[in-house]
Design a protein around this ligand. Sequence first.
Ligand code: RUQ
Ligand code: CUA
Length: 617
Amino acid sequence: MESQRLHAWARVLILAAAAAAATQCTPSRPASRAGGAAVQSDLAVAAQATYVAPGDLDQYYMFSSGGHSGQIYVYGLPSMRHLSTIPVFTPYPATGYGFDDDSKKMLGELTWGDAHHPALSETKGDYDGRWLFINEMNGRIARIDLRDFKTKQILGPIPNLHGNHASSFVTPNSEYAMMATRFSRPVPNRPVGVDRYATEYKGIIAGIKIDPASGEMSLAWQLLMPPFDYDLGDAGKNASDGWMFFTSYNTERATGKLEVTASQRDRDYIAAVDWRAVERAVASGAGDMIDGVRVIDPQKVPGLVFLMPCGKSPHGVDVAPNGNWIVGSGKLQGVTTVFNFEKVQTAIKNKDFTGEEDGIPVLKYESIKDAEVPVGLGPLHTQFGTDDWAYTSLFVDSAIAKWKLGTWEVVDKAPMSYSIGHLAAAEGDTVSPDGNYLVGLNKLSHGRHLSVGPSQPESSQLLDITEEKMKLLYDAFTEPEPHYAQIIKADKVKPIEVYPKEENKHPLAVWDINQAGVTRQGNRVTVKMVAVRSTLTPTDFEVAAGDQVTVAVTNIEQTTDELHGFGLLDYNINLVIDPGETKTVTFTAKKSGVFAFYCTNFCSALHQEMQGYMVVK
Ligand code: RUQ
Ligand code: CUA
């Protein structure tokens, strides 16, 4: 990787001069915009630094949340090219997701999800390239297998928990992903008036256990929390391994116009959870079953949760690579607060408390804080680079501040266009961040792209962070809405391109066109279909109106990129079957008549001939 990067920079230096000369004679870029030779050569350097020549590969994958599109967008860095879209919580006809029986079942009744925080699986605190998790607001969390970039599991909506925002941050050995409520409500859920919010509504923190071999997620336990709005989280690592941290706002327990009522206190809280202690409590039978889940009330089992005061309406909480510093960003102030985990432990041991909330001790702010770093206005999130560098996004200032852990010195600020939310650094959540690149995930983009009408994209800006000053390299535009992203070294991810025939154990798979055909049991009809260039076999089949029909299509290709589709007109069906894969769709043949099906994915010179008919009598 390092040599690739040196190579890239060597290319920059060699080509910069030539490119600068070329820019000068490009009439489409007005001279006033370029503003002199110095700026032009900066632009040329930036252009070369992000240029990945045709056929060359990017150095990193970036997995960006698609927000309320319910998807994940995959980018290559440094080119910022959009490589693919992974549908997660929303049907996506381009890949047939949400149309075949399995993905339809996985989505259930919900066909939208508001996805926020992708989290790569980790081993010893480092991304291991196995899975990607992502939460969404309807109390769900999904697992994507990075072997084939497909969504394999959606867990939830899980009981008791409402508005799953503080999620899906995984622990250093992927023991857990987290979930926590943005919206408190009565637990168990029942119609209690909002006037009783402060006492009868509850927040929930949930531990989602991840099977180390398969990645399968299951709900392990829940904690009953005071009715705050839990916002973001991060897992402890190294020094703080075994702990989880969640920010909260509205510790005023207010309702109504929260923009006024929930910002009265100078400090809200970061909830620190000793999840190993929670595991022990669960093992010893603590807690009550509520709606089928083991829920522990920390009031009854002391020592599981402590509250760290953090000013003011904190948003992001981010644990530094060494695990000892915990950075809490109070979005309504000009500083970000750094806590010291060792001091947190000492304060807990010495019962250095200033009060409690529903029986949960509040630690003394002065005893656990290391620094208030004057990063600028509206700090939201912090990412980490090499050599103890930290980068904090500033929503109000619309900038990124670069500062040093330990000395707390702010050394640089880079303006963002406009209004940055999250930011993502290369391997920035691991115990050993890469530095190199940082991406600002901005909420607005106005004026920096061709107008596309009122529904504007967001902008994601790529920065070079190899030098003292951060350098803006590139503007990319994304659909709504890049909440958070994670960036992993490309060589850690090893996707397959074809499903090997030996692995296909689907009961309805057929690998020989002579075995393709139709069987009937009563009114249940099964069509075993083979897709291979350039025929869908059988090319026609007959059913009766009212039959329940299952079409199982096996793509028997073993060649990269040879996808086939099965689009059935008037029946709202489109499957896309990858090489070696079998997919099924089950439907009732309600309408009688003749209906064409055809391959929707352009596959060969005779793709257009890949078609047939379903006759419904
Ligand atoms: S939030 S802009 Cu949904 Cu992650 Cu901070
Ligand atoms: Cu098969 Cu197009």
